[in-house]
Design a protein around this ligand. Structure first.
Ligand code: ATP
Ligand code: MG
Length: 414
């Protein structure tokens, strides 16, 4: 990595040029530099500069800028349809609460700004003119696959305990090792996580769980602080099993519900809901995870015909993606039945491709059709539709208007 030329995103390059042209120092910084050096495509480009927030606003004009956090030095600059967080070089004063600096001070030197950042791999800056600015050996740590705190780990985690979760999140994301001194400080100080806002914890926790194989980095001491209910004497042994199971489930944020369900399964449906509410997860996530926990005991049918009916009932209750996650979760928990769950998934896929009728709304008749035949509106009507659905699902009736209406007429007539 001797010649570490980074290919700047065109917008970042243009903004850096503009700041340089106005006489300021300016660099791409943090995650985008790290990801570029790893050969990954950064998802956003953060910039840092010696220009004060007001000077950034003056240089790019009000229309181009969003004053994201002026006191902290951050202006978001719009360029070419993208957003660039542009933050003035700063140091942070003391942390008396374990989460926010008591003050921030703007400084002229990028190295001072890099010193306040959490890990060496996140504490590098880059500009085309000066190349890589790497005062803490971030490049070497990237090459070794190591996450290491900038400065004295104990002090850095005491300042901001959220960094403890970030440590495991970055290690898991890249499959890196944790520097021993940094890991020791993290385990020693994880009780301090209780002073971090729950939203920030949940954000880091979900990102940790979304990593490729997070099991190794799911430090029990950390989870015992964040989700103590998982560590009652009866639940604690299941945490180890959950770590292994989670690694076999698909990665990525959209898939994280299955991994959360695997983790929270010992709590049952009510306990899961309560834990996720305490973590202030979105309602959509809470609903999906509790559904997965509720359904996780699913017993797969072995015979083809029964399996097709089971798949149809499942598609009636669950959307295709959550159903796929449920079947993956069941297979991970009961590998001896993995083939049966895979067959169930195949059956569900086929039904979906055929647009087979699995819900009342997919019947070839609706409530209005039944009322035209003399059915009374109300719960009875719904019951009749459900009876028709049941007959279609079990193959007693085809999902055809004529056949369904005839069957209803017989019921209404006598
Ligand atoms: P990602 O790709 O996950 O967004 P990132 O490195 O950009 O990774 P962010 O959380 O977006 O991570 O933070 C941007 C940068 O700000 C980090 O690279 C790091 O330098 C710094 N940083 C963020 N949070 C902290 C923190 N709690 N303490 C110290 N530095 C931090
Ligand atoms: Mg980022």
């Amino acid at each position: 990595m001797a010649d570490h030329k980074i290919k700047l995103d065109p917008g970042a390059a243009a903004l850096l040029d503009a700041l340089h042209g106005a006489g300021y120092a300016a660099y791409a910084v943090g995650g985008c530099v790290r990801d570029s050096l790893l050969g990954l495509t950064p998802h956003d480009w953060d910039l840092c500069t010696s220009a004060l927030p007001q000077q950034v606003l003056d240089r790019f004009g009000k229309e181009q800028c969003i004053p994201t956090g002026l006191q902290h030095g951050t202006v978001t600059v719009k360029y070419g349809g993208k957003l660039y967080e542009t933050t003035t070089f700063r140091t942070e004063g003391s942390y008396s609460d374990g989460r926010h600096p008591d003050s921030v001070a703007f400084v002229p030197d990028v190295k001072e700004d890099l010193a306040r950042r959490d890990f060496t791999i996140n504490a590098m800056a880059y500009s085309a003119e000066e190349g890589l600015i790497d005062p803490f050996g971030g490049q070497k740590d990237l090459a070794r696959g190591l996450v290491r705190a900038v400065g004295v780990p104990h002090q850095r985690f005491t300042e901001d305990a959220l960094r403890i979760l970030r440590l495991y999140r970055f290690a898991a994301r890249f499959g890196f090792e944790i520097d021993p001194a940094t890991g020791q400080a993290a385990r020693e100080l994880c009780a301090h996580l209780d002073c971090v806002s729950i939203e920030r914890i949940t954000e880091e926790l979900t990102r940790l769980l979304a990593a490729p194989k997070p099991g190794t980095w799911m430090e029990p001491a950390v989870f015992a602080v964040v989700l103590p209910e998982l560590f009652t004497p009866e639940n604690a042994p299941r945490f180890e099993a959950a770590r292994a199971i989670i690694d076999t489930l698909p990665e990525g944020l959209p898939e994280v519900s299955a991994r959360l369900a695997a983790l929270l399964l010992p709590l049952g449906e009510q306990g899961t809901r309560k834990a996720l509410k305490q973590l202030r997860c979105s309602n959509a996530l809470i609903e999906e995870v509790t559904t997965l926990v509720r359904e996780a005991g699913l017993v797969p049918e072995e015979k083809t015909a029964a399996r097709a009916i089971q798949a149809r009932r499942l598609l009636g209750r669950l959307e295709p993606d959550p159903l796929r996650r449920l079947l993956a979760l069941c297979a991970a928990h009961r590998p001896e039945q993995a083939a049966a769950f895979a067959a169930l998934q195949t059956a569900a896929g086929r039904l979906q491709a055929e647009n087979a009728c699995c819900r009342v709304g997919q019947l070839a008749v609706n409530g209005r059709d039944l009322m035209a035949l003399g059915a009374k509106p109300g719960p009875g009507l719904r019951g009749q539709l459900e009876a028709l659905l049941e007959a279609v699902i079990t193959g007693q009736l085809p999902n055809e208007r004529k056949a369904l209406l005839a069957a209803v007429k017989i019921e209404l007539d006598p």
